[in-house]
Write a protein that binds this ligand. Structure first.
Ligand code: GDP
Ligand code: MG
Length: 402
């Protein structure tokens, strides 16, 4: 059996912690999207570790790791993260097809977002996908070819258009960047592999999505989305893996958060949000920005379950509600006008269900309070999807397995 794990919200559902736990039962942990624009927190030996590029199971000794194609890699960041995080360098395989990012893209991202106002993380993700559509992006396998310089010329042509338009004199950086590329490439060369070499064998695989499904370029809350596909099903399209015997699991937390711009209907008022973010530590791992928070929205969840082929759910952060008296689940909305773009709605009524909260949490499901059971069972029934794991704390074994 193989697993595909995805966050079903706008990210930060606690994927890192859950994948860290689940990797115990798999032979290979494969990251299939994302880049330095997402961040995951893992507690390893009770110490907080922040991962951006490396797969979340990276601390497991008896496991292999692959950054598959469709992951956007900035050499410098990757080497830094490897050096800071681990020791098992040889086990981190890199797909021979991944996209190479650089600091000019980060700068472009910043410039573009001044106009587009999506609230990007300035990690160069939008520019790299623009360049990719123009078919002049740099993939790691280009470093092995003699026409590499031609590729570089194409990409510089693209940059020049932008920088001339913005009247920026940035040209002298190019040589420096591409020279550095080769130094980094030499360091990582031994880790580069053809995906098929790892994938088409009998290893048990856990595929990890580094972002939330609502940020999907095609099916997310457009235009406030990332530039790549973050749905579970995208593994079939963006990779060359032979895939069979797969179970799709979706991770949600018991409330919603969102970083970057973009609206959601169950969002708390500004004051409530400030209090909540501080108390629940909802500050972006990557961006350091305060996340906007709100009640869990089952209407959106039902749609996302379908988009992701989700078979079972994992829910995190149930411990956060122990200091609450009443909590809510959003069920539906009444829209005064039949507006399809939810981002533009300003007249709506929200239908929700109130629950009493619980005062403590316990690793044994039946030792929890009645309110806890009612809440969990309601989500399962309403979404018609059963919950397999409940997370009740930030440490790896703060879990209830159902
Ligand atoms: P990811 O992007 O989905 O991997 O999530 P992040 O790591 O960015 O954010 C989730 C945060 O919640 C991290 O700081 C985790 O340590 C923490 N976390 C995960 N599960 C739980 C949980 O059940 N309870 C609490 N209190 N914190 C959790
Ligand atoms: Mg995160």
């Amino acid at each position: 059996m193989n697993l595909i794990i995805n966050g079903l919200q706008w990210g930060d559902e606690g994927k890192g912690k859950i994948i860290d736990f689940l990797t115990n039962f798999f032979d290979i942990n494969i990251k299939f999207n994302g880049g330095t624009n997402s961040g995951h927190v893992i507690y390893y030996k009770k110490k907080k570790k922040i991962l951006k590029l490396l797969p979340s199971g990276i601390f497991k000794k008896n496991c292999l790791f692959l950054l598959s194609n469709n992951v956007i890699i900035n050499f410098e960041n990757l080497i830094k993260e490897i050096n800071q995080t681990i020791f098992y360098k040889k086990k981190i395989y890199l797909s021979n097809n991944f996209l190479v990012n650089n600091f000019i893209n980060e700068l472009l991202d910043y410039i573009l977002d001044k106009k587009l106002k999506i609230g990007v993380t300035n990690n160069g993700i939008t520019p790299i996908f623009i360049i990719n559509s123009l078919k002049c992006s740099i993939r790691i396998n280009n470093f092995f070819c003699i026409n590499f310089l031609k590729k570089i010329k194409k990409i510089i042509f693209f940059y020049n258009i932008f920088f001339t338009f913005y009247n920026l004199r940035i040209k002298f950086y190019y040589k420096k960047i591409f020279f550095k590329f080769f130094i980094y490439f030499k360091k990582l060369k031994k880790n580069i592999i053809f995906n098929e070499k790892i994938i088409n064998n009998k290893y048990k695989k856990i595929f990890e999505s580094s972002q939330g499904s609502l940020l999907d370029f095609n099916n997310g809350t457009i235009p406030f989305v990332t530039s790549s596909y973050t749905n579970s099903k995208s593994v079939y399209v963006t990779s060359n893996f032979f895939l069979s015997n797969i179970i799709f699991l979706g991770i949600i937390k018991c409330y919603l958060t969102r970083v970057g711009n973009g609206f959601f209907l169950s969002k708390f008022s500004i004051f409530k949000n400030l209090l909540f973010s501080k108390y629940s530590n909802e500050i972006g791992t990557n961006s350091g920005r305060v996340r906007a928070s709100g009640w869990l929205d089952l209407n959106i969840l039902i749609k996302t379950i379908k988009t992701n082929n989700t078979i079972n759910l994992i829910i995190t952060k149930l411990d956060i509600f122990i200091f609450f008296k009443k909590i809510k689940l959003i069920l539906n909305y009444f829209l005064k006008k039949n507006i399809i773009n939810f981002e533009k709605i300003n007249s709506y009524k929200v239908y929700s269900k109130k629950f009493k909260s619980w005062k403590k949490v316990n690793n044994v499901y039946f030792k929890n309070e009645k309110e806890f059971h009612l809440y969990i069972r309601f989500i399962e029934k309403y979404t018609n999807t059963s919950i397999l794991i409940i997370s009740i704390g930030k440490n790896i074994y703060d879990l209830i397995i159902l």
